[in-house]
Design a protein around this ligand. Structure first.
Ligand SMILES: Cc1cc2nc3c(=O)[nH]c(=O)nc-3n(C[C@H](O)[C@H](O)[C@H](O)COP(=O)(O)O)c2cc1C
Length: 216
């Protein structure tokens, strides 16, 4: 099927990025992946994935991180590769997802900075009016953060905060992560089983996480 661009930034919540990449590939899609420099620090800290100082080791770490089957469908780009195929408006991907998205990247996208590949792809998505989903993670939010989000939403981007619900009876971190990632996958039209569907207050919550988010 198609390819999605996934930008991983230096915000906390790299478990969301992992589940997202697994969900996209399991849904039959390829992934163009780019980690910002700050993202390279956070992915080591949160997931123990060695990406080097500027993501240069990520391609080598991919199989150990995601497993061979998922890794085979993922192409890694460095943040300075601003001339890579996904950076052009002529590249017809299925959409761009920034997850987790730092307030820094969000602000630079809102301002049209394009200082690395993640920001450039988001900028191109906005100008071409293509699907762009940002999964911000920060709390509390300053007025600057809120205004940047409102600005991006008014330009057609989807702001989908890493803000899991609890009404589906989560029993694990995977369940919470799956709730957010399921929303992202719904948003970009990718079929999935990473989260359960709401069946009403009268129904007991379905057993969540019946489908593992994947294993390396
Ligand atoms: C462990 C760690 C966790 C962080 N968590 C967040 C976060 O949740 N949200 C955020 O906006 N910034 C967070 N930051 C700060 C960003 O990494 C920092 O602003 C960075 O410059 C963002 O760069 P980028 O947008 O190019 O990835 C965190 C930094 C570290 C080291």
């Amino acid at each position: 099927m198609g390819r999605f661009f996934v930008g991983i930034t230096g915000a906390s919540g790299h478990a969301y990025a992992e589940a997202l990449v697994r969900g996209l590939v399991t849904g039959g899609h390829g992934v163009d992946l780019c980690l910002t420099r700050a993202g390279a620090l956070v992915i080591r800290h949160e997931l123990g994935v060695e990406a080097g100082e500027r993501g240069e080791l990520l391609a080598d770490s991919l199989e150990g991180w995601l497993g061979a089957e998922i890794a085979a469908e993922v192409k890694v780009f460095l943040p300075e590769e601003v001339g890579a195929p996904p950076s052009s408006g002529t590249a017809m991907g299925e959409g761009a997802i920034l997850a987790p998205c730092s307030m820094g990247t969000l602000g630079r996208v809102a301002a049209g900075f394009s200082s690395n590949l993640v920001e450039r792809v988001a900028d191109v998505s906005l100008k071409e009016k293509r699907r762009l989903v940002l999964v911000p993670r920060e709390t509390p939010l300053s007025q600057i953060h809120l205004e940047n989000m409102a600005r991006l939403a008014s330009m057609g981007a989807t702001i989908l905060p890493a803000m899991p619900g609890f009404y589906h009876g989560p029993k694990s971190i995977d369940d919470l992560v799956g709730h957010v990632v399921g929303k992202v996958l719904d948003c970009v039209g990718v079929d999935h089983r990473v989260s359960t569907r709401w069946s009403g207050l009268d129904e007991p919550p379905e057993e969540p996480g019946t489908e593992p988010l994947g294993e390396g």
